[in-house]
Write a protein that binds this ligand. Sequence first.
Ligand SMILES: C[S@@+](CC[C@H](N)C(=O)[O-])C[C@H]1O[C@@H](n2cnc3c(N)ncnc32)[C@H](O)[C@@H]1O
Length: 326
Amino acid sequence: MRMNADNPTVVDLYAGAGLLSHSFATEGFCIVQAVEWDKTAAATYALNVGPHVICDDVRRAAAIGRCDVLIGGPPCQGFSTLGKRKDDDPRNWLSLEMARWAKVLHPKVVVVENVEAFLHAAAWRKLSRAFELMGYSVSSHVLNAYDMGVPQLRSRSFTVASRIGSPSVTSVVRRPVRTVRNAWYGLSSVPDGRNHHYAPTPSSLALARMRAIPMGGDKRDVLRTAPHLAPPSWRQVSGQVTDVWGRLEWDRPSNTLRTALQNPSKGRYIHPEQDRVMSLREAARLHTIPDTWSFVGLPTQVARQIGNSVPPAMGRAIARAVRALL
Ligand SMILES: C[S@@+](CC[C@H](N)C(=O)[O-])C[C@H]1O[C@@H](n2cnc3c(N)ncnc32)[C@H](O)[C@@H]1O
């Protein structure tokens, strides 16, 4: 990826596999530093974005010089509505590193990406206060990736601390409706293993369950039509997550892809017709990650890199809105 040092500079913290960096680079920013502690995610970053990524803990790595924009996606497990939402989860406080780095780097704009629930956490209030004390105005934006051309329903929060005005990130142009069918156009229907078009072979039990689930269906279809294949825990009705063992629909966007996107018990990841979960390349397509993007790591690590990332079509919309301020 070519980056021009005359362009506005960016530092990316909790950079993952580099999809948010990639979006900012595509919109004309020069990424000067990125920090990610996971070795395989950092290797994917280096392969696709550039060698400036440092494989280290954000709390330990040294900030270098100044930058125009500081971006980052601190871990969201502590805030996720799927996990137990705990204000005392130590991971929550990692978001405060964004303010510590801002103090050193003096960016004009800081963008913090996270799940929506982050906006209701004590850590968010503390982070906003820290930015305000440094003279930033803070705005928060809840956006759905689908509205930005991503064939996936994915709601995320973007907290923007700015010294130069609030970006109008909501005014992005709506693109035509995106679906699983459109997203997978041109891929071989059976994963051939090339270019990460790989899906694991299901166990015999998983295969039998998948056969009982029609397009758009989920584990409730197994309970109804093949109850002998359901474990006792599926019969406990109260507070059940139903969007698991879900089968995608061709003419709808996918639901949110999370980190275990090849595990059918974790979401709606089964192919619309075939008895298998989506391949990694199919997942990348649902995330608007280009086919030229290569991944480093085992399938579970690649799935995590995809599920963790900001879909590029969404990242570019944010980058354009920030660029318009500079
Ligand atoms: C939500 S992901 C970021 C995804 C990235 N913005 C993208 O678009 O590809 C958060 C990342 O933070 C990394 N991480 C968590 N704690 C960290 C720490 N203390 N120092 C460095 N990286 C950390 C995780 O390994 C993970 O890759």
